[in-house]
Design a protein around this ligand. Structure first.
Ligand code: ARG
Length: 564
């Protein structure tokens, strides 16, 4: 932000204090009474220069006052410099915000983002939405900012549960082909297996034997397994589509079955994997690392989740040469990922950045939504409930909400409310999900964002313009205009912060703030009834607000209506 200003300040300070290298960072002050831009450079320099910060700040201030783009500059607090720009300069800066609404060409990366990761043969539970939407949002933001991304749904399509399912299917499906089962029926078979295994212990042995046969490539079991994977994937597809979630690959755990042996050998040779109890292989960490031993092979030689992840890192490096791999997985696996990352360091692989993008647990404020005894709450049901509740909100506000397609709006609002309710909270904390809050037309919610977008859009529609330009001669700015401009100017910075910290809520909260700024502008300044340059300016600010809201919302996987 404020490139020209930064350059002027740099030259001035370098001249005055004979410096050769300097970067002057300007930020938008939180407090609006501190101007349009502020820098702490004087505070940073003063110590080395053996000067008082205020003195250095004053030097900078005096130079800036001479600039044509600066309306006012002052020293504040311990040595900050606050600057007010001329209206022309501020409006010209909005170019950067326009540019930030366009996806950049993909020159960085690739970044692999591992997210959603459901287990096959089970419907998505409500908790799956966290990884799914946080991961998709991070994919979207990275792509938008010029990274090539491999969005990876690492499905849990391997493990002893397939042995159980195969036994249950054989015994109780009366010859019905596996492909003709619904996901719920597969789940029922699985549940029944556990119930019956309590009475008949030998079932567990049968299941183990079936899985072993599957691992050895038994034709019939293999085609059963493929059927189960197909049924699950096609049932997931419709939910992913409703959520605007799209993956580049869904290579799952089964893929690594034949890729683990070389790694186990490598680890043994490098003495990173050492014998543990009963013929197992483990990794031991030193005192300082404070990690418990990591099991990479069980005593019965069966492979593990961990071993598959090791093979997967190797495969991802060799196939994609990624710059980073982000694992969007809940806090329960924190220790696991620490052990996994330390293990690959010990193997001395040349590694990309490996990062566990952790998130907390989700809890419903409404008790009736908490998990019903023993069964998981299905994501599809929660989505349907969100849409039904959104339809109620629309019905209650028939006089103020306008739409030609109530059903489509309810879907957009309901799914949006659910997703935004998650993405607007700091992912590191446990999440409290409150239907009332997420569906409110006012406040930090998807409906508020959607409503504001529609409202701004309708101004443009009534004015009969789509892409109005700012006037050549910019009039003096009112308080609300200045404040809206200031918020619009932060967009690029917010996107980069959200990406660098992998924090979708930074973007969500910014969009909410922009809505508030737009609404106070809209409520105080006449737009359609204004004239000349003032009208042109207000229309251009409205159009840019529309663009930023739409761009930002879509990065969060939301959709916004043109009418509402
Ligand atoms: N499917 C796994 C689970 O439910 C999560 C997978 C996370 N990704 C990974 N590469 N380990 O626990």
């Amino acid at each position: 932000m404020f490139v020209e200003l930064a350059e002027k300040a740099r030259i001035a300070l370098c001249d005055k204090y004979s410096l050769t290298e300097l970067t002057v960072e300007w930020r938008r002050p939180q407090d609006k009474s501190h101007g349009d831009a502020a820098t702490a450079i004087a505070l940073q320099l003063a110590k080395n220069l053996k000067k008082k910060p205020q003195e250095v700040a004053q030097v900078l201030c005096d130079v800036l006052k001479q600039c044509a783009t600066v309306e006012k500059a002052e020293v504040a607090g311990a040595g900050y410099v606050n600057v007010w720009l001329t209206p022309e300069a501020l409006i010209a800066e909005l170019r950067n915000t326009e540019a930030a609404c366009v996806a950049r060409p993909q020159k960085n990366g690739p970044v692999i983002i591992d997210y959603s990761q459901p287990n096959i043969a089970k419907p998505l539970g409500v908790h799956h939405i966290l990884s799914t939407v946080i991961g998709q949002c991070l994919c979207n933001i990275h792509r938008h900012l010029g990274y090539s991304v491999v969005g990876w749904n690492y499905i849990g399509d391997w493990g002893t549960q397939f042995g159980k399912l195969a036994v249950a299917w054989k015994k109780w499906s009366k010859g019905k082909p596996v492909q003709e089962h619904s996901l719920d029926e597969l789940l029922e078979l699985y549940v029944r297996f556990h119930a019956e295994a309590e009475k008949t212990a030998s079932l567990e042995d049968e299941a183990r034997a079936a899985f072993l046969k599957l691992e050895q490539g038994d034709k019939e079991l293999r085609s059963f397994w493929e059927g189960v994977v197909r049924v699950t994937k096609s049932s997931l597809a419709s939910i992913y589509e409703r959520l605007h979630v799209r993956f580049d690959t869904d290579i799952g755990e089964s893929f690594y079955e034949d890729k683990m042996q070389p790694i186990l050998e490598e680890g043994r040779k490098k003495k990173v994997f050492v014998p543990g109890k009963e013929g197992s292989l483990i990794v031991e960490f030193n005192e300082a690392q404070k990690l418990p031993p990591f099991l990479v092979q069980k005593g019965d030689s069966a492979s593990l989740y961990a071993t598959r992840d090791l093979a997967q890192i190797r495969y991802r490096i060799d196939t994609y040469h990624p710059q980073a791999i982000l694992y969007v997985v809940d806090v329960a696996q924190q220790l696991y990922f620490q052990q996994l990352f330390k293990t690959v360091e010990r193997l001395q692989w040349k590694l990309p950045l490996l990062e566990h993008v952790v998130f907390g647990r989700m809890r419903f404020a409404d008790q009736s939504m908490s998990t019903r005894k023993g069964t998981v709450l299905k994501l599809e049901h929660v989505l349907d409930e969100a849409v039904a509740r959104a339809a109620e909100v629309i019905a209650e506000h028939r006089d103020s909400i306008q739409t030609d397609d109530e059903k489509a709006l309810a879907e957009m609002m309901g799914t949006g409310a659910l997703v935004y309710g998650i993405l607007s909270q700091n992912r590191r904390m446990d999440l409290v999900f409150d239907w009332k809050k997420v569906l409110a037309l006012e406040g930090n919610s998807a409906p508020y964002l959607q409503y504001t977008h529609a409202r701004a859009h309708s101004v443009l529609r009534k004015a009969g313009v789509t892409d109005p330009a700012a006037p050549e001669k910019v009039p003096a700015l009112t308080v609300h205009e200045r404040s809206l401009v200031g918020t619009l100017l932060r967009f690029a910075e917010v996107l980069e912060d959200a990406r660098a910290q992998r924090m979708p809520h930074t973007l969500a909260n910014y969009l909410c703030e922009l809505c508030q700024e737009f609404n106070s502008f809209y409520n105080t300044e006449p737009i359609l009834k204004a004239e000349g340059a003032t009208k042109a300016l207000r229309l251009s600010l409205t159009a840019l607000s529309v663009r930023v809201l739409k761009t930002g919302a879509e990065l969060l996987t939301l959709r916004v209506p043109e009418r509402m």
